[in-house]
Design a protein around this ligand. Structure first.
Ligand code: DGL
Length: 276
């Protein structure tokens, strides 16, 4: 693993860009190397074994390009694959996502908090353990949102259909008195304005991306591996999906749009730059 290489970041698709953006804001001198697995999104409806295969192959791809740290910017992949990645690659420093139940519990006055995430994250042992560790003494309402990642990947951030889906999940939570809502999937901050419109100003919506960026900074600082140059960071993206829609997402998020490359899968266990 390189000492001076880029920070590798991956997600099933565009969701991890919300984390990449927070890292870029916190650490503008770093080189970021992002991989979005548009060919396989959504992970939330796939088996654990498949998510583990994809995550290992993408990690290999990022390490082959010199990554000094790997951020699993996907709650679903973190829940399904982070422990197996750490076992297989003990020398690599990984930072993963877990639903931000702790800050939600610290915030609540009603004693009721909500978490929205993919089906796979909701069913994971990692999520059960987060609720067990941090959710004592409060009611944690868990709501899976099947289909929401597809809407977001399609750029349907504020359409009547996306609003109808979100109202169907969020209004029952409001009826039960939530005053904090955890976005347990890195795609969901892309519809945060719509979510905030539905839940209103009394509910705090928690996006964990800034906390992940602080964690990355802390780890690199501890290891004396922060980039030393000032303000010259780069942002290179790879997608196994279509390049142009991916580029539009970068534009939407106000991220730089240069350097988007296409990656191709060979089976489920190897991904490389496309040759044509
Ligand atoms: N961004 C991923 C997450 O945080 C989305 C999962 C999916 O592809 O279903 O869970």
């Amino acid at each position: 693993m390189s000492e001076t290489g880029p920070i590798g970041i991956f997600d099933s698709g565009i969701g991890g860009l919300t984390v990449a953006k927070a890292i870029r804001q916190a650490l503008p001198s770093e080189r970021l190397l992002y991989f979005g697995d548009g060919a396989h999104v959504p992970y939330g409806e796939r088996s654990t074994a498949q998510i583990q295969d994809f995550s290992k192959a993408i990690t290999d791809f990022l390490l082959e390009r010199g990554s000094k740290l790997v951020v699993v910017a996907c709650n679903t992949a973190s829940a399904a694959a982070l422990s197996s990645l750490r076992e297989q690659l003990p020398a690599v420093h990984f930072i993963g996502m877990e639903p931000a139940v702790k800050p939600a519990v610290a915030h609540t006055r009603t004693g009721v908090v909500g978490v929205i995430a993919t089906v796979s994250t909701m069913q994971s042992a990692v999520f059960a353990s987060v609720v067990e560790r941090f959710g004592q003494g409060v009611e944690v309402i868990q709501q899976a949102c099947p289909g929401l990642v597809r809407q977001i990947e399609a750029g349907a951030f504020d359409t009547p259909r996306t609003e109808q889906m979100l109202r169907g999940w969020l209004e029952p939570m409001l009826d039960r008195g939530i005053d904090a809502l955890v976005l347990g999937c890195t795609h969901y901050p892309m519809v945060q304005p719509l979510i905030e419109r539905i839940v209103g100003p009394e509910v705090r919506v928690i996006d964990p991306a800034p906390a992940i960026a602080r964690r990355v900074e802390h780890v690199l600082h501890e290891q004396h591996r922060l980039a030393t140059t000032t303000g010259t960071g780069t942002f290179t993206c790879w997608t196994s999906g279509d390049v142009e829609p991916f580029r539009s997402m970068l534009h939407y998020l106000d991220l730089p749009t240069y350097e988007v490359h296409k990656a191709c899968w060979s089976g489920d266990t190897r991904v490389t730059p496309c040759t044509s």
